[in-house]
Design a protein around this ligand. Structure first.
Ligand SMILES: Cc1cc2nc3c(=O)[nH]c(=O)nc-3n(C[C@H](O)[C@H](O)[C@H](O)COP(=O)(O)OP(=O)(O)OC[C@H]3O[C@@H](n4cnc5c(N)ncnc54)[C@H](O)[C@@H]3O)c2cc1C
Length: 530
């Protein structure tokens, strides 16, 4: 069963290695475990629904509570403290596109607002109802989840948009295919959510981000149905798929998505390579990107993240032995861990691996072998579970991400990390921040920063700490020429910085677009653009 106030399945937990707690404590100060509100306490704060009984709606307070928040740190603080605030008045579970069209017509008659909801894994406030005069219904798309068609010749698969990652991959795997889209939220996030937020997966270097995988689909909008045929390419004016990608539930409800799938690879490997320092490592990944090798992943950790990863890994004796070996090979304090992924036919993997590891060796890279990669692969969806354990130990963890051209990356990285590390100095608190380059492109890279700080006994103070850090880091991103989001989207949390990137004209164009499809503003009000 899904955790109601944290990440993932209740039966799964990630244990913090004993030494890790001590080290984290020495970095930011010892945590004080907070007292979390019980489900009963939180339920008691859910206001009565403003809607009467309707066959298509659940007014059940627990269902409404479960759909009130996503997975951002403010969402966690709200749920764990029991101060949830606004809760939807009802939840709908449409089973067909026609049901969705019916809900839109009902919302227009009633003046109600609708929030499309995939897996609720948003980390930017996308699915949270905002206070409003009008009743709000969350539209949970989990029942639109079947494989509708698989055109094996064209390698196109059409799914109901509410399908979750594991179900989508299982359906494809049974027919010898994969989508290859593996965001870290894979367990719970959905195809519709990926499209609506322009998501990126761990192997997007090889398979492409969702915008490359999304070939077409169907969207129910308040102004009617928008069908997007799947052409391999088209010069018939602007691509309407681009309007739907990143629309964050404002334009319509995606009911079906057609995606470009690939045959299951014969071989998948991930290798860990340690490079001597960040400048060398960045030069090496830029070189690999320029070589246009068919790699499935390049994930480069800064020295700080490499240190943190080794601390959190546990396995103390093994790590010490590894450190000795790396030091002997010249990779010391400033070493950076690079994970390089290869996937495809046996032959392709062998050739690509030879070229890529050869180029890395020329830069002083020490190949740590497949064991590192296997460990990463095994745990790649487990890392978010650590957030639960860290919270319970009294520490808050959040992440933020951006992307920028290579020429701006070093300064941007430094200014974002500094804004976080110094963000709470005024109140005598330390922040531990570390970054990896999660997606590498020919012209630049994404930067994915994790930061950890102590929870305050008062949840409002914890929220104020988060706000201070988020504001400082977002300002640093904008000032440093980065995008306000490489993969998490805008929601409410990034909206104040959107105009800095798109310009007032660009934001105005988005407003007009949403008004065209949704003249009465029924869908997800207040998100992306106000
Ligand atoms: C632990 C964790 C790890 C994460 N890792 C990644 C990662 O690696 N890469 C990445 O890109 N993101 C990541 N995210 C962020 C999040 O998972 C993505 O934004 C994801 O795409 C959201 O999908 P969802 O189905 O949960 O959408 P939701 O959170 O339910 O919704 C997100 C937005 O999309 C809209 N929406 C959802 N479904 C539809 C639909 N059918 N039609 C119209 N609008 C819709 C909603 O209205 C909302 O505005 C992570 C989040 C967490 C908590």
């Amino acid at each position: 069963m899904r955790r109601w106030n944290g990440w993932g399945d209740e039966t799964v937990s990630a244990v913090l290695p004993p030494r890790a707690s001590g080290t984290l404590g020495s970095w930011v100060g010892p945590g004080t475990p907070p007292r979390d509100a019980t489900p009963e306490e939180v339920l008691a704060s859910v206001p009565p629904s403003r809607l009467g009984p309707e066959p298509a709606l659940s007014l059940d307070p627990w269902e409404r509570l479960l759909h009130a928040r996503g997975q951002s740190l403010p969402d966690w603080i709200a749920l764990r403290s029991g101060r949830v605030g606004t809760v939807p008045d009802a939840v709908a579970y449409p089973e067909t596109g026609e049901d969705v069209a019916g809900l839109l017509a009902w919302a227009r008659r009633k003046g109600a607002r609708l929030i499309p909801y995939g897996g609720g894994t948003s980390v930017a406030g996308h699915v949270n109802p905002l206070p409003s005069q009008e009743p709000v219904v969350t539209v949970d798309l989990s029942r639109l989840s079947s494989l509708i068609a698989l055109d094996e010749t064209s390698r196109l698969a059409t799914f109901g948009a509410g399908v979750k990652g594991p179900d989508l991959e299982a359906a494809l795997r049974a027919r010898g295919f994969t989508l290859g889209h593996f965001p870290q939220s894979f367990e719970l996030s959905t195809l519709g959510g990926w499209i609506a937020t322009r998501s990126s997966g761990q192997q997007s270097l090889g398979y492409g981000r969702i915008e490359r995988l999304f070939a077409g689909g169907r969207v129910e909008t308040p102004s009617g149905r928008l069908d997007l045929p799947a052409f391999p390419a088209s010069a018939a004016g602007p691509d309407l798929r681009e309007l739907v990608l990143g629309s964050e539930g404002r334009l319509g409800v995606i009911t079906e998505g057609t995606v470009r799938v690939s045959p299951l690879p014969a071989r998948e490997e991930v290798h860990g390579v340690f490079l001597p320092d960040l400048a060398t490592a960045v030069a090496a990944v830029r070189e690999l990107a320029a070589m246009r090798l068919p790699l499935s992943m390049l994930r480069l950790s800064t020295p700080e993240e490499t240190r943190t990863t080794l601390v959190l890994a546990g396995h103390e004796r093994l790590v010490k032995a590894l450190e000795r070996y790396l030091s002997f090979r010249g990779a010391r304090e400033e070493k950076c861990l690079l994970l390089a992924g290869f996937s495809g036919s046996e032959n392709l993997v062998r050739q690509t691996r030879r070229l890529a590891l050869g180029a890395l060796a020329m830069r002083g890279g020490v190949v740590a072998g497949k064991a590192f990669g296997r460990e990463w692969h095994r745990n790649r969806f487990r890392a978010p579970y650590l957030r639960n354990s860290l919270w319970e130990a009294g520490w808050a963890v959040d992440t933020l991400e951006t992307a920028a051209p290579w020429s701006r990356v070093p300064e941007l990285l430094a200014s974002v990390e500094t804004s976080l590390r110094e963000g709470l100095a005024g109140e005598g608190e330390r922040v531990h921040a570390f970054t990896h380059f999660s997606h590498v492109y020919l012209d630049g890279s994404s930067l994915y920063t994790t930061y950890l700080f102590r929870l305050h006994a008062d949840p409002e103070e914890s929220l104020a700490r988060w706000r201070k850090l988020k504001t400082a880091a977002s300002a640093a991103i904008v000032a440093g020429g980065g995008t306000i989001s490489h993969q998490h989207g805008v929601g409410t949390d990034h909206a104040p910085w959107l105009a800095a990137e798109k310009g007032e004209l660009g934001v105005g164009a988005l407003r007009s677009l949403f008004l065209f499809f949704d003249p009465e503003g029924l869908l997800n009000p207040g998100k992306l653009v106000s």
